[in-house]
Write a protein that binds this ligand. Structure first.
Ligand SMILES: NC(=O)c1ccc[n+]([C@@H]2O[C@H](COP(=O)([O-])OP(=O)(O)OC[C@H]3O[C@@H](n4cnc5c(N)ncnc54)[C@H](OP(=O)(O)O)[C@@H]3O)[C@@H](O)[C@H]2O)c1
Length: 301
C-alpha cells in the first residue's frame, strides 16, 4: 500500500521539503506521497488527531510547532528531549516516536563546510537568536571542542535561561546578551577567529524596531559566517545563496554558507528514520540546487 508522509507548519507553502523528500522516495522506488499541511497553532491538536486516523507513516515538523510536538508524541528521543524540540516523527506500530534531526543536520552541514574551506572548528561561536533552532545549534556545538559561546537575542532573559541547559555545561565560557546591548560586540572583537551563526529569520524583523542584520559597522575580518536561512530576501530563491546576513561579510571576504546544506542533512536523517534505508542524498541535493539556483551547498558562497 502507498505510504503517506507529511510536513506540518504555519506557514508551510515556502518549504522545499515536499520537493526533495518526494524525489527521495521516488528515487528509492518507495510507493509514498509526501504532502505539506498548513496548520495554525490553534488547530494543532485536531490536526494531529486527523493524521493519526489517516495513518501517517511519518512527518516533519516546522515553525511554530517543534516545541509543542515534544508533548504530543508517545515516545521521544534523548536528543529531542535535551534540545526541547521535535522536527521528525515516525510512526512505529501505531506509536509516534519524536526525534530532532536539526541538531545533527546542522553539525553535518557545518563540519562539511569547514572541511571544504580548510578551516579548523572555531573555538568561539556567537549565535543570533534563542529559539528552537538556536537550541539545536547549541546541542551540536556542545559535541565539538568549543570553549566560548555568546548568545545574542532580542529578549536577553531567554538567552540567559538557555545557557543553563545541562548539555552546555561542557562549554566553559558562556555569555548571553540582548541584541541592543553592545557587550556582544566587545565579546566578538576579543574572540579568536569566531564563527557567527544566525538563527533569526528576516521575516521576523519585518515589523520590528531593531534593524536586521544587526552587523552594521561591526568589523568581521577573521570571522566565519553560517546562516540557517536560505531564502535570500526580496529577490526570492533564485540567487547565489547569499542571505542579507551573509552579505554583511562581503567587505571582509568572510567564508560563509547558508542553511541549504543543513536542510538537506536534517531531511536525509529523517528519511533514514522513516525508511531504514540510506537516503539518496545526491538526488536530494540536485533537487535543492535546481529549486534555488544555488551552485554549492558545501563550499563557501
Ligand atoms: N536550514 C534549516 O534546515 C533550518 C532548520 C531549522 C530552522 N531554520 C530556520 O531558522 C529560523 C529560526 O527558527 P526557530 O525554530 O529558531 O524559530 P523560533 O523558535 O520562532 O525563534 C525565533 C527567534 O527569532 C527572534 N525574533 C522573532 N521576532 C523577532 C523580532 N521582531 N525582532 C527580533 N528578534 C525576533 C526570537 O527572539 P525572542 O526570544 O526575543 O522572541 C527568537 O530568538 C527560521 O528562519 C527557520 O526557517 C532552518
Amino acid at each position: 500500500m502507498r505510504q503517506f508522509f507529511a510536513i506540518i507548519g504555519h506557514p508551510v507553502a515556502h518549504s522545499l521539503s515536499p520537493r526533495f523528500q518526494q524525489a527521495a522516495f521516488d528515487a528509492e522506488g518507495i510507493e509514498a506521497a509526501y504532502l505539506p499541511f498548513d496548520i495554525p497553532p490553534d488547530r494543532l491538536s485536531q490536526s494531529l488527531a486527523a493524521l493519526r486516523i489517516l495513518g501517517v507513516s511519518g512527518f516533519n515538523v516546522t515553525l511554530p510547532h517543534k516545541e509543542a510536538l515534544t508533548g504530543e508524541v508517545d515516545r521521544i528521543s534523548e536528543r529531542a528531549r535535551e534540545i526541547g524540540a521535535v522536527n521528525t516523527v515516525v510512526s512505529r506500530e501505531g506509536e509516534w516516536f519524536g526525534e530532532n534531526t536539526d541538531g545533527p543536520g546542522f553539525l553535518l552541514a557545518l563540519d562539511r563546510f569547514l572541511e571544504e574551506s580548510r578551516l579548523p572548528f572555531p573555538s568561539h561561536v556567537l549565535i543570533f537568536g534563542a529559539g528552537g533552532s538556536a537550541r539545536a545549534v547549541l546541542w551540536a556545538l556542545s559535541r565539538r571542542p568549543v570553549s566560548g559561546i555568546c548568545l545574542v537575542n532580542r529578549t536577553g532573559g531567554r538567552g540567559e535561561a538557555i545557557l543553563d541547559l545541562p548539555f552546555l555545561a561542557r562549554i566553559p565560557n558562556r555569555k548571553a546578551s540582548a541584541l541592543d546591548d553592545p557587550s556582544w560586540k566587545s565579546w566578538l572583537a576579543q574572540a579568536p577567529s569566531p564563527l557567527l551563526v544566525n538563527t533569526l529569520s528576516l521575516r521576523a524583523f519585518e515589523k520590528a524596531s531593531l534593524l536586521f542584520p544587526p552587523l552594521d559597522g561591526v568589523p568581521l575580518s577573521g570571522t566565519v559566517m553560517f546562516d540557517l536561512s536560505y531564502a535570500a530576501g526580496e529577490s526570492g530563491l533564485k540567487t547565489s545563496g547569499k542571505t542579507p546576513f551573509l552579505r554583511m561579510g562581503d567587505r571582509f571576504d568572510t567564508p560563509c554558507q547558508n542553511g541549504l546544506g543543513m536542510l538537506l542533512a536534517q531531511g536525509a536523517l529523517a528519511f533514514e528514520l522513516w525508511t531504514g534505508k540510506k537516503a539518496p542524498t545526491e538526488r536530494m541535493e540536485e533537487i535543492l540546487r535546481e529549486a534555488t539556483g544555488q551552485k554549492t551547498l558545501w563550499k563557501s558562497l
